[in-house]
Design a protein around this ligand. Structure first.
Ligand SMILES: Nc1ncnc2c1ncn2[C@@H]1O[C@H](COP(=O)(O)OP(=O)(O)O)[C@@H](O)[C@H]1O
Ligand SMILES: [Mg+2]
Length: 367
């Protein structure tokens, strides 16, 4: 038996004239999941969301919501609601009236309206604000009203398009935690659009990383960060070093040669690379360490990379220090070392160092 997904996209394409905004996207979003569409501006996130909502129709492909093929079904007939960044509350109405508005339009009985408004105001912890006007509320509170207004319709899926984009950093961080907790409480599937990788990592059960209308990888936050599928994902999520290499061997182990001629092993290689190909070794700055020349192990395991370099820059950033190190061929890598030890000799610019890492953290990706 095949699983019924909250939302499923099958090979969806959306063209605006010559622009291919969404390019053969297939996604399977599970019931109750907090699922994020993450990518740079213009990559097709909003268009994807608008097609799920029914504000745009796909050029080709199919969209299913709870197993029902949507076809040309209009937005107001779909079991979804959308929260936009510009949430446009009615300024002359109270909070409660803003939330009740949609239900009143649909002639929902008065006592039911009252009950449901109270219920969602409780959910977003704004019970005491029911009689205020939007301009008497903070930005974060207004955003919670917009959320309440969408939740009151009891959608099966809530679509959120950069809903925290207008808030300042501190409030945005607080709202991220709150929104995630609320989603877990109500158990509604959330599809969340953001260009902010940290936001996506913090909140999501799973993330689809998009670029140029194409989904590059779908996975949980740890998988996306620790095991990026290609160079775009490795580059877009977090900070990564890309060291130019040549593939020397793929089996029994993956071996690559650096520009300096030094050889190292790696834990994973992207499909499609062959022996002799140019590629990049991708490794996160916090997965690397520095050794003094006299600390070089005499009998290192084959999984321990040991590469000669010279410290060229030091940037103290509080929790850690970013050490820029030039390798033999001039390639610069950043090594982040946590500031744990008291009284330790710091590295100095111009000092020779051995850059070391475990092969399991090194991924060989196409250029
Ligand atoms: N109504 C439209 N008409 C023409 N081009 C559009 C329209 N909507 C979006 N696009 C284009 O489609 C691409 C994807 O846009 P969008 O989905 O808004 O990206 P994102 O939300 O990821 O920033 C962009 O190149 C954008 O200019
Ligand atoms: Mg957008």
């Amino acid at each position: 038996m095949t699983e019924t997904y909250a939302v499923e996209l099958q090979d969806v394409v959306k063209q605006f004239g010559n622009v291919v905004a969404v390019n053969h996207v297939s996604l399977q979003i599970r019931d109750g999941e907090f699922f994020s569409l993450l990518g740079p501006s213009g990559c097709g996130k909003t268009t994807t969301l608008r097609m799920i909502a029914g504000f745009e129709m796909p050029t080709s492909g199919a969209i299913y919501i709870q197993g029902d093929r949507q076809g040309y079904r209009p937005a107001n007939k779909r079991p979804v609601n959308t929260v936009f960044q510009n949430y446009a509350l009615f300024p002359h109405m109270t909070v409660a009236e803003n939330i009740a508005f949609g239900m009143e339009m649909r002639k929902t009985p008065k006592d039911e309206v009252k009950r449901r408004v109270a219920e969602v105001l409780d959910m977003v912890r704004l019970g005491q604000m029911a009689n205020r006007k939007p301009k008497q509320l903070s930005g974060g509170q207004q955003q919670r009203i917009a959320l309440a207004r969408a939740l009151v319709n009891r959608p099966e899926v809530l679509l959120l398009d950069e809903p925290l984009g207008a808030l300042d950093l501190k409030l945005r961080k607080a709202m991220q935690i709150e929104l995630k907790a609320l989603q877990e409480d109500v158990g509604i599937t959330f599809i969340y659009v953001t260009h902010d990788q940290e936001e996506a990592l913090t909140m999501s059960d799973r993330i689809a990383v998009m670029n140029n209308g194409v989904v590059h990888q779908v996975g949980d936050p740890e998988t996306i960060y620790e095991h990026p599928a290609d160079r775009f994902v490795a580059d877009f999520i977090g900070e990564t070093n890309f060291i130019p290499v040549k593939v020397v061997s793929l089996a029994p182990e993956i071996v690559v040669e650096l520009g300096s001629g030094e050889k190292v092993t790696a834990g994973w290689v992207e499909e499609g690379l062959s022996v002799g190909d140019r590629a990049v070794l991708s490794i996160r700055p916090e997965k690397m360490d520095l050794l003094e020349l006299n600390e070089k192990p005499s009998n290192p395991s084959k999984d321990t990379a040991l590469v000669n370099g010279k410290v060229t820059q030091l940037v103290y950033v509080g929790t850690d220090t970013r050490h820029t190190v030039a390798l033999g061929d001039g390639t610069e890598v950043v090594v982040r070392l946590q500031n744990i030890y008291i009284g330790e000799e710091p590295w100095e610019i111009g000092e020779d160092a051995i850059v070391t890492w475990n092969a399991a953290h090194a991924r060989i990706l196409k250029e």
